[in-house]
Design a protein around this ligand. Sequence first.
Ligand code: 6CS
Ligand code: FE
Length: 293
Amino acid sequence: MSMDIYPTRKTTEPTLIFRQDPVVYGGPEDGPIDERTLKGFAERGFLTVEQLIEPVEVERYRAELHRLVTDEGLKDDERVITERHSREVRSIFEVHRISEVFAELAADPRIVGRARQILDSDVYIHQSRVNYKPGFQGKDFYWHSDFETWHAEDGMPRMRAVSISIALTENFVHNGGLMIMPGSHRTFVCCLGETPSDHYKESLKGQEIGTPDPDSLRLLAEKHGIELFTGPAGSATMFDCNCMHGSNGNITPFPRSNVFFVYNSVDNACVEPFAAQSRRPSFIAARDFTPVG
Ligand code: 6CS
Ligand code: FE
């Protein structure tokens, strides 16, 4: 068992510890991200790409998402997570294995080239999902650090993973866009409470365990502020695994759909969970570490 330098879900008192890993492992010469943007990523924990994929490509992915969301055969697939109070689809996991079209996007050099540069190694897909935050009643995602969950429940040893969220519908200020506290990735918030067995069956509909306590959230929000990401379909936000982030609900008629890929360094492959009885299913936390691209 690797040393647990991020002991979460083990204390009864809120505990904050400094990040003990680099943020950016590569340099400007290692890929398409220029020096200024790379520096911004190190500082703030994210970068945005105004138009990562072209409008015509967005149409193709939107059509594919619609096909998946309306595919009756998929409705009973455990990789399809529905909203708590309706049969509306909230997320489809392992979308890069379910759909050829999304598999292509997950291996796209415009994305993988950036991930390899930040992580300075080959990368594999730890998790993929499409979030289809339907209009009128898309639910929120409470504040959390993805790394806290991936460390506790999936056995991800260190902070050497990066996520990308690509907007498939326009992200307005009002339809439940992604919010990040810029700079929060440099603090690890140890969460309280033990991981219940089969936690993912609940947490993916609305996470309670593994969310930071209000005092820690207030401390981080007062220190870093909160950035809300808006942008056209095709825009993308790439963010460090330990950013404190969340998103509000969506009561507007405008759905907020995004596709989300998590790239983990092959040198940071998951081991046994650091704070859970058993591992989560492979459709949430990959156990195939084959490098992408
Ligand atoms: O538990 C997880 O792995 C997922 N949960 C959230 C809310 N974000 C990260 C990840 O997709
Ligand atoms: Fe998340």
